[in-house]
Design a binder for this molecule. Structure first.
Ligand code: HEC
Ligand code: HEC
Ligand code: HEC
Ligand code: HEC
Ligand code: HEC
Length: 241
């Protein structure tokens, strides 16, 4: 009777072992590559022609993000301010500060200041600022506490998994529409009575939330999600068109 197993099958266990070692190594290396900050660019902080301090202008001087990033509510792309915007103040203020020399040079020559882009998605991803900031998502959810940064750096990984984490659970991030550019806002700042009077509460809530001492992020988010009918999608076409 012929041998049931062909001769090569003696090598099968060895081949399987080698294969799995290679696969495990590949996966480890791949994961390593993807999760290390260098790939996700968290903390990326290029040297700018002018070390523009967001903390001074926003937290100390009280300027709103939209004073400089004026397209953020109306366009897919936000914008970085032009030289006129800076010179409106800096023709008088800090006239001789050497840090502002590139801005003054740009004012004279008409050549824009060469700001370095920090947040950049690959070309095959579609992203839209207006669709987020007009739907209850704050700059802080994606860019971190820019208002306390002496120099802007990348605060979040901006990977696909990161986008989807919020698209699945926007209630963890939604806030009242007048607090979008208030990067220090927290749920405890909300007065439950005023909030419920303005936005109501979810249909399945059992108690009267306006009597609560304070509302949690989930309670605020759930209310706004229902009220505004927020439904971010996970369809590939939403972001890859
Ligand atoms: C006085 C003008 C001014 C104000 C006000 C301002 N910014 Fe900026 N912002 C700039 C300039 C100039 C740059 C480019 C230089 C840099 O990246 O540091 C910039 C860069 C940025 C970037 C990085 C852009 C990139 O390249 O990816 C983000 C994000 C940002 N600002 C968010 C905000 C937020 C959020 C606020 C409000 C809390 C704000 N800014 C307020 C002037 C301003
Ligand atoms: C509304 C007025 C206003 C505008 C607009 C403005 N700044 Fe300023 N900026 C100030 C004031 C006031 C100070 C000084 C703050 C202080 O002395 O603490 C300052 C300080 C600075 C400094 C010096 C920080 C330091 O540590 O020495 C830099 C650099 C600067 N601004 C860059 C810019 C740039 C670039 C723009 C345009 C994108 C801009 N500013 C727009 C008011 C303004
Ligand atoms: C849902 C996440 C999200 C929110 C909310 C958000 N941003 Fe952004 N921002 C991004 C992403 C992603 C990029 C990179 C865009 C690209 O590469 O096309 C970016 C880029 C920028 C840039 C660089 C210019 C550009 O458009 O490429 C500026 C300036 C900026 N954001 C400012 C703001 C300000 C100010 C707010 C709040 C009013 C804000 N962002 C809210 C995700 C966000
Ligand atoms: C913190 C929460 C949050 C993050 C992070 C986030 N999104 Fe969104 N996204 C939303 C919400 C909320 C909406 C609006 C849904 C609605 O209008 O019903 C939205 C809508 C969109 C839309 C639809 C816009 C349109 O034209 O209708 C696109 C595209 C999109 N997001 C892309 C992205 C990409 C790409 C990223 C990652 C770089 C991202 N989002 C990260 C919350 C988020
Ligand atoms: C909310 C926005 C969003 C949705 C929805 C989305 N993607 Fe992505 N996708 C991204 C972003 C952002 C990147 C870029 C990630 C990076 O630069 O690390 C990306 C990258 C990718 C890549 C490149 C692989 C990589 O890691 O470099 C592939 C493939 C991809 N997406 C496929 C899909 C498929 C298939 C779907 C539907 C099941 C989908 N995406 C849905 C935002 C999205």
């Amino acid at each position: 009777m012929a041998n049931f197993f062909p001769r090569w099958s003696n090598w099968l266990p060895l081949k399987l072992t080698i294969c799995s070692v290679i696969i495990v190594c590949g996966l480890t290396a791949g994961t390593w590559y993807y999760v290390t900050p260098k790939y996700t660019k968290v903390g990326y902080e290029p040297i700018q022609p002018v070390p523009f301090p967001h903390d001074i202008h926003v937290s100390q001087l009280g300027m709103d993000c939209r004073y400089c990033h004026s397209f953020v509510e109306v366009a897919a792309h936000s914008n970085v301010p032009n030289t006129q915007t800076c010179m409106a103040c800096h023709q008088q203020v800090q006239k001789d500060n050497p840090k502002l020399e590139p801005v003054r040079a740009s004012w004279k020559t008409g050549e824009p200041v060469q700001w370095v882009w920090i947040h950049r998605l690959p070309d095959y991803v579609f992203y839209n600022h207006a669709a987020h900031v007009n739907r209850g998502i704050s700059c802080a959810s994606c860019h971190g506490q820019i208002n306390h940064m002496p120099v802007v750096s990348d605060a979040k990984p901006m990977s696909m998994a990161w986008c989807l984490e919020c698209h699945r659970h926007p209630e963890n991030f939604l806030r009242p529409e007048d607090q979008i550019t208030n990067l220090d806002w927290k749920p405890a700042d909300v007065s439950p009575a005023e909030f419920v009077a303005k936005y109501g509460q979810p249909k399945d809530a059992r108690e009267d939330w306006s009597k609560k001492k304070r509302l949690t992020q989930q309670e605020i988010g759930q209310t706004l999600k229902e009220r505004w009918n927020i439904q971010p999608t996970e369809n590939c076409q939403t972001c890859h068109r």
